[in-house]
Structure formats: structure tokens, C-alpha cells
Write a protein that binds this ligand. Structure first.
Ligand SMILES: [Fe+2]
Length: 232
């Protein structure tokens, strides 16, 4: 089952979809591209959310409005959680994980690497029993040194790759390195709209080997299974 683990398809939630119609069109396009499972991952920035409970309520409302429309695929809730100082202490952090899994999509900051970032990711994993999924790990070349990137790739985490990585020579090199090392990966479109950040699983399907996508889907399914077993 092809899974898009990184999307901004919830209507009027963040800088992604701006209407219910746009959300439905984005999902329709993903479905036409063969995607059968989508995770909605609206941005979560701790410093912009004085009341995280209100964020969760709003997200649930947007999700419910979308699911009411009889979607052609499975839709799960998640969030793209920005790594900021103190994020691992957020009482609601587990509610930001992808529903029915122990996976949490984490976005590293676009600033030079600092060791507190690792401490936050590590604390989320260890204290909360969650598996970090590092969002579009190929995007940090401008900010992180090779050595910093090595540090990140050494984390006990899953690495998420955007379809766009295959379009860039430099970003593709990181993807190749991840795969050469056999590191666990998941894929996403990170779609925000119908134009410049459109649902682009089609381009991923053209560039990535089918085995790679199957492997990613097995990995996602394993995390559903291990979560449901742990809950039983
Ligand atoms: Fe995103």
C-alpha cells in the first residue's frame, strides 16, 4: 500500500491546503498516482502555540471535515513537529504522533546544527517511547556541515525523503547514501497546494525503484503492527 507520510492536506490548518475543495483535489491526485494511505502532517511550532490543546482540537475538526467526504484512501492524523528547545517536554507530544503508530514526524530547524537538537530528538524517543521520523533529511545541506549530517544519520531514527529530492543532484546524493547504508526510510510528497508544491508521488514513482517503495510501506506497516500489539 503506497503511503505518503508527509502532507499538508488538512484544510485551513497551516500553509498547506486553503480550502476543503483544494484538500479533496490534492487527495484525488495522490490517489490517481497510486497512493492508498495518506498521513496529514500539519506544522506544529511550539513557540506559536500558546495552547497546544486548541491546536489538537482544530486539527481534529479539520480532519473530521475531510473524512466526512468519503475519501478514496485511508487518511491518518499526524503533525510535522518542529524541533525547538523544550519540545520534548510538551505534555501533548504523544498526540502529535501518527495515529495508530509510534512514529512522529520531526522537522529539524533551518539553522546551523547544534547539539540541543539531538537532545530533544533523543528525549522524544526515550522518554515518550516514540520513533522519530526525520522530515526531508536531504534538505539541510545549506545549513549543516558534512560532519553534522553524519551525526544526524547516526541517530536511531527513520529518515523521511521527499519526492523532490530525486530532482536535485546534491539532494539525490544524500538519498543514495541513506540507501547505501541501508538506513530505514519513508517517503512523502510534502504537498502544500496544487501548484508549486503539488502532490508529486508520480515523480517519485518515476525515479525511485519499486522495491524501495515497497520496503518503505512494509516499514510503515510494521510500526502499525508493533503499536497495536503494544496497546493490546
Ligand atoms: Fe512539510
Amino acid at each position: 500500500m503506497l503511503t505518503d507520510v508527509h502532507t499538508h492536506v488538512l484544510p485551513n490548518m497551516d500553509d498547506g491546503s486553503q480550502s476543503l475543495d483544494m484538500s479533496l483535489e490534492m487527495l484525488t491526485r495522490l490517489h490517481a498516482q497510486g497512493v492508498e494511505r495518506v498521513v496529514a502532517t500539519p506544522h506544529f511550532y511550539l513557540h506559536r502555540e500558546p495552547d497546544p490543546a486548541a491546536y489538537l482540537t482544530k486539527r481534529q475538526m479539520r480532519f473530521d471535515a475531510l473524512v466526512e467526504q468519503q475519501l478514496p484512501m485511508e487518511l491518518r492524523l499526524g503533525a510535522e513537529v518542529a524541533i525547538e528547545q523544550g519540545i520534548s517536554d510538551l505534555p501533548q507530544i504523544r498526540a502529535l504522533a501518527i495515529t495508530g503508530t509510534d512514529l512522529i514526524l520531526l522537522e529539524l530547524p533551518y539553522v546551523p546544527y547544534q547539539s540541543w537538537m539531538e537532545q530533544e530528538v533523543h528525549a522524544i524517543a526515550v522518554q515518550q517511547g516514540l520513533t522519530p521520523v526525520i522530515a526531508h533529511v536531504h534538505r539541510y545541506l545549506m545549513w549543516y556541515s558534512q560532519e553534522d549530517l553524519e551525526t544526524v544519520l547516526g541517530w536511531d531514527a527513520i529518515f523521511q525523503i521527499n519526492a523532490e529530492a530525486f530532482e536535485s543532484f546534491r539532494q539525490k546524493r544524500i538519498v543514495k547514501e541513506l540507501l547505501k547504508r541501508g538506513l530505514p526510510v519513508l517517503f512523502g510528497s510534502d504537498c502544500h497546494n496544487l501548484s508549486d508544491r503539488r502532490p508529486n508521488f508520480d515523480s517519485l514513482l518515476r525515479k525511485a525503484k519499486p522495491e524501495l517503495l515497497q520496503q518503505a510501506d512494509r516499514l510503515f506497516a510494521q510500526h502499525i503492527l508493533s503499536y497495536s500489539t503494544a496497546q493490546a
